[in-house]
Design a protein around this ligand. Structure first.
Ligand code: ADP
Length: 680
């Protein structure tokens, strides 16, 4: 028997391993099983090259739990190891500064294990003693036994394996008894070894007999050795992809579609990405793509490896080129990873384009479901955005879909304003904004449906990307103002009429909490509504954004301000104007005239003084005049208000418009109903 010291540069690597890798102890199983799988694949390769001429026999890896003995054993029928191999690969874990390295990466257990040949030693995270019992495939090799109790000392002696391969026997320590539980081990194997390329056997298949589960004599194979992503896309059917999906994510709706990744240059990467059907909003978990390294599960937190928006997708990525055993920050700055991420983006985009081109009808059917991915992608990934412009669809209120080019062609002629801007009209709520949509449609304009949760941002993105194009919500002004054409008619009101009518409507506006109105007059078509209520596009967008982003409170606090647009061409309004004129002109005109006269006088005094200070006498004169103006204004107000309050039609028209915007509620609504009945 020989004894020796394991060749690490620090004396006490085991305590360090135990301490720092505490949270991820379970990884030891992955490491040991993948070593066994590697050894198995090596013998297969040697055999195929004729370097090993013996019988391969059944090649599998067995994981056995012996509760009584307190051991967990991983056995393989791979290449095995000679004493020299053990000395070289196990005893000489030679890398400098082990401790320094561990210190640096202590937060990421993965970063240490495997990367520097510490995989095997992770066994000491859970074992007080580890035994290797191995027989090499080499001619004339003798079985060798290596034993180590977790101190840097080991012993080597003759082993007792009679067939080729290796047993790694772990004497599980007190704190790690959980790893003697068959169910726990099976769960771990399912997690890490589910797709390993060599059958991994753990216990026996069970069957239901006499009221309980009992072992059969069939071995329980925990893995699928040829997962779908390792196969050629040409050999697979849609059914295969769907089945694999439901195997990965049981109980979910069928995926919308999938992308089979298969690259071998300039890096190796395979995988299948699925677009899941997203039922509602963003309450979906991110990080549903699992990363594998040569079919060994590594992680399902893929941030930094795949582009942000793809974290909404599901599936598997397998690459030996992603440096999985390093820290996350390193991963994110790694150029290989950036390339991979860029590649996946391109691939996803070209697959979408392909689907779009191959079967437009089918693509349109799926559009509403995939739209969220695409818009999220466009908003977060410049490159993807560029490509997505080709297969992005816009949907109008009639449920028709258009590409960006098609839509431009559709509306360019009719919806270009006098400044040469194309105006895209959109609605966020076709029910609530119905009357505005109708007004737009009546003019022959098209209205887009943008009611998704990212559309607020999407509208901004489109304006950035499309030349000379503006997007305006259909209710943000009267339609003729949204798309201003030359030769528009001005409101047909004398200054006095405008004055009177403004007060008439202002005085009858309801008081609504956190809401303000501004009265304006427009010459719309006689067939348009007599009064339209609109909300300024810019202010609304700011308020919407404020609602989403903390720190924009200023906009959030502002009242909702609406325009009350009075259609001066509508017969009812014309009638109202004329009636008000004949009822009030005689009384108001002299008052208005004095206001005009007084104001002119004030201006004259100021002008005469130029920039110099007014004399005390002039100062007093101006003051008196100003008071006179205010007084006669107030007189006018009182007269017009009194008149307006006797005109139920004014209130009725205002209320009708409010009702159309969902702004008439509670008592005001009851009052409206009562008044409506009495007017009938
Ligand atoms: P890594 O697998 O990253 O090289 P490990 O510490 O896990 O590091 O293993 C070191 C070496 O020990 C392996 O490269 C392999 O040569 C050898 N080895 C480990 N386990 C086995 C096994 N079950 N059969 C044959 N050789 C093995």
């Amino acid at each position: 028997m020989a004894t020796g010291k394991i060749g690490v540069t620090t004396e006490n690597i085991f305590p360090v391993i135990k301490k720092f890798l505490y949270s991820d102890h379970e990884i030891f199983l992955r490491e040991l099983v993948s070593n066994a799988v590697d050894a198995t694949q090596k013998i297969r390769t040697l055999s195929s090259f004729g370097e090993f001429k013996g019988e391969l026999g059944t090649l599998d890896v067995r994981v056995t739990v012996d509760k009584e003995a307190g051991t967990l054993t991983v056995s393989d029928r791979g290449v095995g190891m000679t004493a020299e191999d053990i000395d070289k690969y196990i005893n000489q874990i030679a890398f400098s500064g082990a401790e320094e390295f561990l210190e640096k990466y202590k937060d990421t257990a993965n970063s240490i294990i495997g990367h520097f040949g510490l995989g095997f030693y992770s066994a000491f995270m859970v074992a007080k003693k580890v035994v290797i019992n191995s027989l090499s495939y080499k001619d004339g090799a003798e079985s060798v036994r290596w034993e180590c109790d977790g101190s840097p000392e080991y012993t080597m002696s003759a082993g007792d394996r009679t067939d080729r391969g290796t047993d790694i026997i772990l004497y599980i320590d007190e704190e790690s008894k959980e790893f003697l539980d068959q169910i726990r081990i099976d769960t771990l194997l399912k997690k890490y070894c589910r797709f390993l390329p060599v059958p991994v056997i753990s216990g026996k298949e069970q069957e239901w007999k006499d009221g309980k589960y009992v072992d059969t004599d069939r071995d329980l194979v925990v893995n699928a050795t040829e997962p779908l992503w390792t196969k050629k896309p040409a050999d697979l059917t849609d059914e295969d992809y769907r089945n694999f999906y439901s195997e990965l994510y049981p109980g979910q709706d069928d995926p919308l579609f999938w992308i089979h990744l298969n690259v071998d240059y300039p890096f190796t990467l395979t995988g299948i990405l699925y677009f899941p059907k997203i039922k509602s909003n963003f309450d979906i978990n991110k990080n549903r793509i699992s990363l594998y390294c040569n079919q060994v599960f590594v992680t399902d937190s893929v941030e930094g490896v795949v582009p942000e928006f793809m974290t909404l997708m599901q599936g598997v990525i397998d690459s030996p080129d992603i440096p999985l055993n390093v820290s996350r920050s390193y991963l994110q700055s790694d150029t290989a990873v950036k390339k991979i991420s860029g590649y996946i983006t391109k691939k996803v985009a070209s697959r979408l384009e392909e689907l779009f081109k191959a079967d437009r009808a089918e693509y349109e059917k799926k559009w509403d479901d995939i739209r969220l991915f695409i818009i999220y992608g466009m908003l977060t990934d410049e490159k993807f955005c560029e490509q997505a412009m080709k297969f992005l669809l816009l949907k109008d209120t009639e449920g028709k879909y258009y590409t960006l080019d098609e839509y431009k062609t559709l509306v360019e002629a009719s919806q270009t304003d006098s400044d040469g801007n194309i105006i895209y009209l959109y609605t966020t709520d076709p029910v609530a904004q119905h009357s505005y949509i109708k007004a737009a449609n009546d003019k022959g304009y098209n209205v887009l449906l943008l009611d998704g949760q990212l559309d607020n941002h999407f509208v901004g993105l489109l304006e950035q990307k499309l030349e000379k194009t503006r997007l305006v919500r259909v209710d943000s002004d009267v339609i003729d103002n949204l798309i201003r054409k030359s030769g528009r008619k001005e409101a047909d009101l004398t200054p006095l009429q405008r004055n009177i009518m403004t007060t008439v409507f202002n005085s009858q506006l309801p008081v609504i909490d956190k809401t303000s109105f501004l009265v304006s007059f427009e010459a719309l078509a006689p067939t348009d509504q007599p009064i339209v209520i609109t909300q300024n596009e810019y202010m609304r967008r700011m308020k919407d954004l404020a609602a989403l982003q903390p720190g924009m409170n200023f906009y959030g606090e502002l009242p909702d301000s609406y325009m009350l647009v009075v259609n001066t061409e509508h017969p009812l309004v014309v009638k109202m104007r004329d009636e008000a004129s004949s009822a009030l002109d005689a009384e108001i005109k002299p008052l208005a005239d004095t206001v005009e006269k007084d104001n002119a006088e004030i201006t004259a005094i100021r002008d005469a003084a130029k920039d110099a200070k007014l004399s005390a006498e002039d100062e007093q004169k101006v003051k008196d005049l100003e008071k006179a103006v205010a007084d006669s204004r107030e007189k006018q107000e009182t007269i017009v208000r009194k008149y307006a309050s006797g005109q139920p039609l004014v209130k009725q028209l205002i209320d009708l418009a409010l009702l159309g915007n969902g702004l008439l509620k509670g008592e005001a609504l009851s009052e409206f109903i009562r008044r409506s009945v009495s007017l009938l």
